[in-house]
Design a protein around this ligand. Structure first.
Ligand SMILES: [Zn+2]
Length: 137
């Protein structure tokens, strides 16, 4: 059964960071917790269902990264690198990183979003990656 995929990001940036794609997250109106992706089940911190969509800037700091040696997805062959990034706007996201598999990445590295061609069917034209900000400068 086909379902509409959740739109996770915008090809446009935010006012704070206009040149890098924004993430479609949310914020709890009761406690202020920021999260990604947007959901309507309830706040992970306080349980409130007063959740509002919030566009999150595509920049943050790397918490950790790991090289993936085996992939279950034939359209995303290993090796590749995944990372957890604490966004400047508060949420923690996990993403495939746009770096070579042997690229050395230190925790705390400033990471930004970029668009790459989508390789999976029925997912639109672009996919999102994080890459070191210094690499893009
Ligand atoms: Zn909350």
């Amino acid at each position: 059964m086909a379902t509409n995929p959740v739109v996770l990001f915008s090809t446009q940036g935010t006012l704070a960071l206009p040149n890098h794609p924004a993430l479609n997250g949310g914020c709890c109106a009761k406690c202020g917790s920021v999260f990604f992706p947007m959901q309507t089940y309830g706040c992970e911190r306080c349980g409130s269902q007063q959740l509002e969509a919030r566009t999150l800037s595509g920049r943050g700091k790397l918490i950790c990264s790991a090289r993936v040696h085996m992939s279950a997805d034939q359209l995303r062959p290993a090796p590749f690198v995944v990372g957890s990034i604490k966004l400047d706007d508060g949420a923690v996201v996990r993403s495939v990183l746009a770096v070579e598999p042997d690229f050395k990445l230190a925790p705390g590295t400033v990471m930004i979003t970029i668009l790459v061609p989508e390789t999976r069917p029925d997912r639109g034209e672009f996919d999102l990656r994080f890459t070191p900000a210094a690499k893009e400068a």
